[in-house]
Ligand binder design. Structure first.
Ligand code: 3HC
Length: 311
């Protein structure tokens, strides 16, 4: 039932050819990419908020510089990804409008609060760690502009993950009160981090088609398992306990058995009922509205300049 064009397209994907902006592609491929790249861009932009919250309260000048650089990187990633989405024929204004109206999603993780400085460590270690686990394979994704964006973004994400782990090392090896803060941050952010990979494979709507098109390179559960296997030894090195009493090494599968996140909570967060959904979206809408005068001024200025040129 595939058309000759679709068959030829799939053959290109199977040969690992990159698909470029002006080339023919099935409408579903274009739509799925706009959804995924757009959501990814929104995640980077909304993702600035939980950490931006701590820039003015960083404990030292050096920590403040590092955090500031990281949050700026995220702005850059967002803009980079919006550009990649724009090559598919959607405008940035439309993407932002769909974010602000709640029609498009951003990662569930950013609807959780960052309560202490240790959360800056745990966010870098776990959230950026999970982001890299998902994004390294996406460097090989079939759509050229997305794949190239991922290469640069992954380099910066590695720095983010390392800076987070460095904070965790400091806290976990600090005073008993600091170690307690580190453990508390791990307790609160562990399951939300596991949720970043999306629903379990049996409930993932898009995985099969997205993997056939190489928009996704792995299933949600594959990446979640890899993340757990990588992160548990890192927690052990910190002397911290992963908040899962059933976590156990499984020799046969060569990975850990672990407790799945609470999927009801996950779907509640997706529906807008997480602890910070309203605050996060509210902050983005306010930023957009507060910038209206500036966009208007820029447009008026451009018009005036064009009129002068043609006069
Ligand atoms: N948060 C919010 N929504 C999620 C989600 C999550 N953690 N996981 C899944 N969903 C949504 C999907 O978008 C989809 O809803 P939709 O049809 O309305 O779009 C629905 O749940 C079903 O899930 P599927 O598994 O079928 O969806 P996907 O095939 O799109 O897989 C994904 C989800 C693995 C997140 C995939 O979209 C992906 O790999 N995206 C690119 C990576 C990305 O967006 N990362 C953001 C992480 S944060 C970040 O990078 C910022 C950094 O600075 C920390």
């Amino acid at each position: 039932e595939m058309s000759p064009e679709e068959i030829a397209f799939q053959e290109r994907i199977d040969r690992n050819e990159k698909i470029e902006p002006k080339e023919w592609m099935p409408e579903g491929y274009r739509k799925t990419l706009i959804r995924q790249i757009g959501q990814h861009a929104h995640s980077e932009i909304v993702g600035q908020l939980p950490e931006g919250n701590w820039i003015t309260r960083a404990p030292t000048l050096e920590r403040k510089q590092i955090l500031l650089a990281k949050v700026q990187d995220e702005a850059g990633h967002g803009l980079y990804l919006y550009c990649a989405a724009e090559t598919l024929g959607v405008s940035r204004d439309e993407l932002l409008e769909r974010l602000h109206s709640g029609d498009m999603k951003y990662s569930s993780i950013f609807n959780y609060p960052t309560l202490t400085w240790a959360d800056m460590g745990a966010v870098g270690w776990l959230v950026d760690g999970a982001a890299i686990m998902n994004q390294v394979p996406l460097q090989r994704t079939s759509y050229g502009p997305y794949s190239r964006a991922m290469i640069r973004i992954c380099k910066e994400e590695s720095f983010h993950q390392r800076q987070g782990y460095a904070i965790m090392m400091k806290m976990a090896n600090g005073t008993p009160a600091q170690k307690k803060m580190a453990q508390d941050a791990l307790n609160r952010l562990w399951y939300p981090s596991l949720m970043m990979f999306g629903p379990s494979d049996k409930d993932s709507v898009h995985s099969a088609q997205s993997m056939a098109w190489k928009i996704k390179m792995n299933t949600n559960d594959e990446l979640r398992q890899k993340f757990v296997d990588q992160t548990v030894p890192q927690a052990e090195y910190l002397g911290l306990t992963v908040p899962d009493p059933d976590l156990k090494w499984n020799e046969e599968k060569g990975g850990y058995d672990f407790t799945e996140p609470d999927w009801d909570e996950f779907y509640q967060v997706l529906k807008g009922n997480g602890p910070c959904n309203k605050e996060r979206l509210g902050a983005r809408v306010k930023a957009w509205e507060d910038g209206a005068w500036y966009r208007e001024a820029m447009t008026a200025h451009a018009k005036k300049k064009a009129a002068r040129r043609s006069a």
